[in-house]
Design a protein around this ligand. Structure first.
Ligand code: AMP
Length: 495
């Protein structure tokens, strides 16, 4: 199958060939002809399958037919859960649509609005947006969605994970009901199914691979390692293995910074990317990694969404992911577009339960090995700075009693507000495990309140609400530990 057989315009085929692709991937070959017929689609495909081009190409094809209007207006809207993914989709549009006259703009938070306002005022054909910033524009009336013909929701499952789904629904309500709706999701949960039923018309469903299956091009390794020896093992592997471009995942932002700092100190070019970094810093880090200026990029799960760097040779899960779905997403950053990749997961004794969850999810048993050439008897290096404080058995620092008690209290309050089951060993454990991820504070109270109000108004099932809200809050809100307790209390009083 060649791109010219898919029914795309010559300009688009030229644009694709100019990017170096020679043949469509499976999802492209199956989705593009259906989308060109104007059908609604559900694309159930993992990251790395070429799903972006599967919706971008038919969308550009449709928009290549000019309208009668003399002014540009927004004819296509693409919603993505993260800024990086929005930027990435815009880059693909620019590249595939090189020989078209279409204008696109990505609209996301964390950057000044004025540029976006200027571009919107001049007129664009395609907007790629994260939900929060798009709602801000809708409130200001700086975006008009009344002429949208094609709506794309990318990574719908992650929209739920991040607690954006109510925002998505609000946005969909502003788009004309006569439209084509394309929805892509790596997994098809009940929630995603319910969403598709409410916003799509007789969608065709395309499923690529099994939803829980990691891509075949990735070789997976699991290494057993005590928590306090992980840094030494990481350094040992980097030092003794041919690795060109390594993406290291950390569960927390603080952890990501710590890993990258310690690697730098040992002479490894490394940089961290997470939501406490400004957009400009994130862009610079990603650009530096892409250009090979850094060998290692250390990222949190959410910051890593949408990171599409060609030739990532290794993914290292410094922390075993707590959620099995995150494992699939993480390792999908390597082995993309049929290139080979390795995924190494560090598993401490306390994390073996997460490995069991992953095995259950992918319906496969993995061998938990010791790293062959690593000296397990060597005393671990002393952790740096505040990490030298007394620690839990799994390496997490103890929190000061007042702070810690307040946090636990607040967490229980949040869980109760959402009707989550209170207490229970597993819940308690889960809360403890993710305590480092939580949004203890934000330097901007208004911003925090606005966001939190949006997120806490969720109506998804209580357990998911609890987990999802925390996930989003954790990654979206900058830390400022001192006044978190007070702010959270104030917030609850207002609800
Ligand atoms: P995606 O699943 O959309 O995130 O794409 C994964 C990677 O596959 C990206 O780096 C794309 O540039 C690449 N890609 C997409 N389509 C093709 C194709 N037809 N041939 C080769 N590479 C592709």
């Amino acid at each position: 199958m060649s791109f010219s057989k898919l029914g795309l315009t010559d300009q688009l085929v030229q644009g694709i060939l100019a990017t170096g692709y020679t043949a469509p991937t499976e999802i492209q070959a199956r989705a593009i002809p259906l989308a060109l017929q104007g059908k609604d689609l559900i694309g159930c495909a993992q990251t790395g399958t070429g799903k972006t081009a599967a919706f971008v190409l038919p969308l550009l094809n449709r928009l290549s037919t000019p309208t009668h209007s003399s002014r540009r207006h927004i004819r296509a809207l693409i919603l993505t859960p993260t800024r990086e993914l929005a930027q990435q989709v815009e880059d693909f549009i620019t590249s595939y649509g090189k020989f078209t006259n279409l204008q696109s703009l990505s609209v996301y938070g964390g950057v000044n609005m004025s540029n976006q306002l200027r571009r919107l005022a001049r007129g664009v054909d395609i907007v790629i947006a994260t939900p929060g910033r798009l709602l801000d524009h809708l409130q200001r009336r700086s975006i008009d969605l009344s002429k949208v013909e094609v709506l794309v929701i990318d990574e719908a499952d992650r929209m739920f994970d991040m607690g954006f789904i109510n925002d998505v629904r609000k946005i969909v309500a502003k788009v004309p009901s006569q439209r084509q709706t394309l929805l892509f999701s790596a997994t098809m949960s009940e929630e995603v199914r319910a969403l598709t039923a409410s916003i799509q018309k007789h969608p065709e469903r395309i499923e690529i691979g099994e939803r829980t299956k990691p891509v075949d091009t990735v070789t997976q390794h699991f290494y057993s390692i005590p928590q306090d020896q992980k840094m030494d093992l990481l350094f040992h592997i980097l030092d003794s293995t041919q690795m060109d471009s390594v993406l290291v995942f950390s569960r927390t932002k603080h952890g990501a910074d710590k890993i990258s700092r310690r690697l730098e100190r040992k002479g490894v070019k490394a940089i961290a990317i997470h939501s406490n970094r400004t957009q400009a810093q994130r862009d610079r880090a990603l650009a530096g990694f892409k250009q090979g200026q850094y060998k290692v990029l250390v990222a949190t799960d959410i910051a890593a969404r949408g990171i599409d760097v060609e030739g990532i040779s290794h993914v290292v899960n410094y922390d075993t992911p707590t959620f099995a779905e995150d494992y699939i997403h993480r390792i999908g950053r390597t082995g993309r577009a049929s290139l080979k990749g390795d995924a190494l997961t560090f598993v401490s004794r306390e994390e073996q339960k997460h490995l069991k969850k992953i095995e259950h999810f992918v319906e496969k048993r993995y061998e938990l090995k010791r790293y062959p050439s690593f000296d397990y008897t060597k005393k671990p290096e002393v952790p740096e700075g505040p990490q030298t404080r007394s620690r839990h058995h799994d390496g997490r620092p103890h929190h000061t009693p007042s702070n810690g008690t307040q946090r636990q209290h607040d967490e229980h309050k949040v869980a109760r507000l959402h009707g989550a089951p209170s207490g229970g060993r597993q819940d308690h454990q889960q809360r403890r495990e993710s305590s480092d991820r939580r949004p203890w504070n934000n330097s901007s109270t208004d911003h925090y309140k606005r966001k939190s109000k949006r997120e806490f108004s969720g109506s998804v099932n209580p357990k998911a609400a609890q987990e999802n809200n925390w996930r989003k809050l954790v990654e979206e809100i900058p830390d400022d530990k001192r006044s978190f307790g007070k702010k959270l209390k104030r917030l609850f009083e207002r609800i």
